[in-house]
Design a protein around this ligand. Structure first.
Ligand code: GDP
Length: 162
């Protein structure tokens, strides 16, 4: 019986999630994250320097919207989080919904971007697109937090008011 149950156990996975600058109703987003079963293992508010924002989005450096994106990402504090859950990378992408909020409202009306995004650029939230990026970006933002870090409840770490 016990062996059977082991077959259904998947280890928790980490992803990097960001509430982007000037997103309104942050508290609701944090509640939503927890309601969807993610643990907020780490949380901090950070104002990215230009250099950090460029590094963070370096995969997009050749896109026409790159400089706009970098400007926006350092225009105010970002709430940086490590979210932990089984299959966290994919599930957080699904929770966010499509990049374009008008598409999100059409195809994923319950998603965070459908509900909290302002427009294509200021679309509320970010999430790593695969596990390799998740590890890289967590390391970049939080440093070497290791695998021994204690999981804290997100409610214990409210974002700083700005
Ligand atoms: P994501 O993985 O869903 O965040 O989307 P991408 O990785 O393709 O793009 C990164 C971020 O760049 C998005 O979340 C938007 O903030 C911004 N972005 C993407 N496409 C566009 C666009 O066509 N125009 C503008 N202005 N911003 C964009």
């Amino acid at each position: 019986e016990a062996e059977k149950e082991i077959g259904f156990f998947f280890p928790p996975e980490d992803t990097l999630a960001v509430i982007k600058p000037h997103t309104e109703r942050k508290e609701e987003i944090l509640e939503e994250i927890q309601a969807r079963g993610f643990s907020i293992s780490h949380l901090k508010d950070t104002i990215l320097s230009r250099e950090m924002a460029e590094e963070f989005y370096k995969e997009h450096r050749d896109k026409p919207f790159f400089s706009q994106l970098v400007d926006y990402m350092c225009r105010g504090p970002c709430t940086m989080m490590v979210l932990t859950k089984e299959n966290a990378v994919e599930e957080w992408r699904a929770a966010m919904g499509p990049t374009d909020p008008s598409e999100a409202r059409r195809t994923a009306p319950g998603s965070l971007r459908a509900r909290f995004a302002k427009d294509m650029l200021e679309n509320g939230v970010h999430g790593s697109s695969n596990m390799e990026h998740a590890h890289q970006k967590i390391q970049f933002i939080f440093g070497d937090i290791g695998t021994e870090s204690v999981i804290i409840d997100g409610a214990a770490s409210p974002p700083l008011e700005t």
